[in-house]
Design a protein around this ligand. Structure first.
Ligand code: ZN
Length: 202
């Protein structure tokens, strides 16, 4: 169920975080909506002086893509494009939301893969499993942007719903920067469904 009030935000940890893209700081956040908790990780590079609109990527966890380099989807490619762009700019944020498979959970995502192998697209597969095609609401990222004092951002995304969610949180998206992965045969149908059924700008 989508919840439309902003969560209460708590930073639970902050530490140095060297990566192959450069040196970040890593943060752990908890957002509470009444008694429901959501978690997010933030990677931050550099500082954001006033009136600076840093690069921001809001990324939803994809274990199969981010960890196992899956070519069924373009998640890892978008994450790498974003981390590289932030490193080139010397500043920016990745907000990594721990909500696997557009909010349906990892094992249900694998069940959806099984249905896709039998011909369903990603939207149909989620619906056949009894889920909305996309359960993500993106309220936690908006609250996190405000935590870092950001009033303007340049958003690394192909998803107009993320642009809307950030603006609903009171943060202006001064530029949307596409994150375009190579179109491979293994994910051509996945990308076409994102474009045709979910309105992504691909
Ligand atoms: Zn993915």
């Amino acid at each position: 169920m989508k919840n439309h009030s902003a969560p209460r935000l708590k930073k639970v940890a902050e530490a140095e975080f060297p990566t192959r893209f450069g040196l970040f700081r890593i943060y752990g956040f908890e957002g509470s909506y009444g008694d429901r908790l959501e978690e997010a990780i933030v990677l931050k590079m550099g500082d954001f002086p006033d009136a600076d609109a840093p690069l921001v990527r809001i990324h939803s966890q994809c274990l199969t893509g981010d960890v196992f380099h899956s070519l069924r989807c373009d998640c890892r490619a978008q994450l790498e494009i974003s981390l590289a762009a932030i490193a080139r700019a010397g500043r920016g944020l990745v907000i990594y939301e721990l909500q696997e498979g557009r909010g349906i959970g990892l094992l249900n995502k694998l069940r959806a893969y099984e249905l896709q192998d039998q011909g369903a697209d990603t939207v149909e597969a989620n619906e056949r499993l009894g889920f909305d095609s996309d359960l993500r609401s993106y309220q936690l990222p908006g609250t996190i942007l405000r935590y870092f004092g950001l009033k303007t951002v340049r958003l690394l995304s192909n998803n107009p719903q993320k642009v809307e969610a950030v603006e609903r949180a009171g943060v202006a998206v001064v530029e949307r920067i596409p994150c375009l992965a190579d179109v491979l045969a293994t994910r051509r149908k996945y990308l076409r469904t994102k474009k045709e059924k979910m309105g992504h700008l691909l």
